[in-house]
Design a protein around this ligand. Sequence first.
Ligand code: NAD
Length: 388
Amino acid sequence: MIIEPWIRDNVCVNAHPQGCFQQVKDQIAYVAAREKIDGPKRVLVIGASNGYGLASRIVSTFATGADTVGVAYERPAKEKRTASAGWYNNEAFCALAREHGRQAWDINGDAFSSEVKDETLETVRENLGQVDLMVYSIASPRRIDPWTGEIYSSVIKPIGDAYTAKTVDFLTGEMRNETSQPATPEEIDHTIRVMGGEDWTLWVEELLAAGLVAEGFRTVAFSYIGPEITRPIYRDGTIGKAKEDLELHVEGINSILKSLSGRAVIGVQKALVTRASAVIPAVPLYISLLYKVMKAKGLHENCIQQIYRLYHDFLFARVPAATDEMGRLRLDDWEMREDVQSEVARLWLEVDNNNIAELADLDGFREEFLRHHGFGIKGIDYSQDAEI
Ligand code: NAD
């Protein structure tokens, strides 16, 4: 069938299989052309099918030569409905990894559940033996408590006061002010339960209890801080509270890993277009301005560049780059550079419906959004029938 992007409320609900295959291949080509990294050989990625997790799996396999187990929650194709992008990405990754002589195993299901944890541990035991690196890269709207069955939903809201800011519909280019009402205490708590550090810790505990953690094990989870402009909705909001909680869990994980000389770290990554960031108030406008400035300065990176740099300069470098005062790896260093941020802040004040096309990189935002679903990829003929 002919597949065209199907977008509802700025969420793309379908995906193009050949386009997804090609964009995974393009990420692999980026890594394959770079210096190899002396890193882990047995890697577990939680949230492996998209964004930072997929990039971590690609860098693990194609830069450090690792075999991988990937856990993700994706939807297969059904009748006339395509699979989700992550489903196709996983198929593409596994096929290309095997072609390259590396092994890859996928677990598709809810990583928060005990069943998926058990199945993953079994797959690791049978195939990898132990794990040298676990990348924790889940972005999820909800979590079912594995003990009580309670459903927690994460929300992206400010805390305390309502937040009004400029935002843009990145599809139409229309700007407007949007007000987000403050979260209730329950919403704050639920967001922490979903996106905080509890589940990351559980994964490490379960791997440890099963004897699957290798000596010198590393685990990394991803955080975001961002600029003053988005502070009320991001870092000082519900999701920021969850990120603080994630960061606070590092100490506890490090203490349980001590006997194996293991270490947990936080990678503070840069803002990128993903399915989630497209629907956070103010963030699409901030990202469009940021892309404009970073591209002009030759500093722009996507997930794959960020993760290659994370492995090459920080995690597995002979002389690792410095961490911040809290021990976090600051991959947002270029985004947060003074010259970048002051330029973005200046554009933020200036931008309106008349000049947005000129001041912001809306095309770049749209292209990247579509690319995540396999659309707009060079070399794919979208007028041809595609097998879903
Ligand atoms: P993404 O949406 O691209 O990928 C999320 C992954 O999580 C997918 O593989 C999905 O299948 C998986 N997943 C979701 N729910 C799951 C579940 N219940 N069980 C198993 N797998 C599940 O997300 P992303 O943007 O790459 O974000 C990954 C992490 O990086 C998040 O913690 C996010 O907060 C953080 N981060 C993102 C940005 C950004 O700008 N995108 C910046 C800094 C940090």
